[in-house]
Design a binder for this molecule. Sequence first.
Ligand code: COA
Length: 199
Amino acid sequence: MTLSEEIQAQRQRERSIPVLETGRLLLRAPRHGDVKAIAALANDRRVAENTARITHPYGVGDAEQFVANVNTREGEACFVILYDGTLIGACGVEARADDGVELGYWLGAPYWGRGFATEAVRAVIDHAFGDLRHDTLQAGARVTNPASRRVLEKCAFQWTGVQLTRIRAINSAAPLDRFRLDRGLWLSLKAWGRVRRVA
Ligand SMILES: CC(C)(COP(=O)(O)OP(=O)(O)OC[C@H]1O[C@@H](n2cnc3c(N)ncnc32)[C@H](O)[C@@H]1OP(=O)(O)O)[C@@H](O)C(=O)NCCC(=O)NCCS
């Protein structure tokens, strides 16, 4: 593919991913101009070791590859998260061939502890159950990652068990608590006002 074809394909992908707005955040498709910011925040062992696919170290080349390939697969909707115009992390869903629809998210360490992950995840859940019409979402958190587990619990995910999952940054598998959220439960909780509206 030539460079101009690649740019055109990228713009087309961006158009298929909506912009989601929450009280404090804006979520949109990753763009080429984001690569430095993504690399700066993702190049952190604390981030990489708690996600399945982020390598460590993680450089601009890795971020370029991520942006070039993101949102190319059927059922994938990946967003970067912006706070006050600054990129602070990423969040999205991806349909896996044999394993349902998986939710994933990470934030740069300077932005932890302010409720941003929960706010972003709620917006992506709304999108996944609304526009994308998914019935069920799955997610995992390393058993050593109580903050991520708490994000999922605050979003009404239910614990389903523990599963060994490969973590690229440690070149090994590690136990993950697995969770699932059904569309019916999410919509009921929202209707009862048990989940704050985010958009
Ligand atoms: C996990 C992560 C996304 C959380 O982001 P965040 O914006 O800080 O999350 P929030 O502020 O929305 O919520 C975090 C919750 O965990 C709680 N928490 C944080 N550290 C904790 C700890 N050590 N033990 C127990 N709870 C903890 C917070 O108090 C908060 O809960 P509360 O609102 O009930 O007080 C962020 O730390 C991160 O990106 N980590 C690295 C990558 C990662 O783990 N991604 C998830 C892959 S499964």
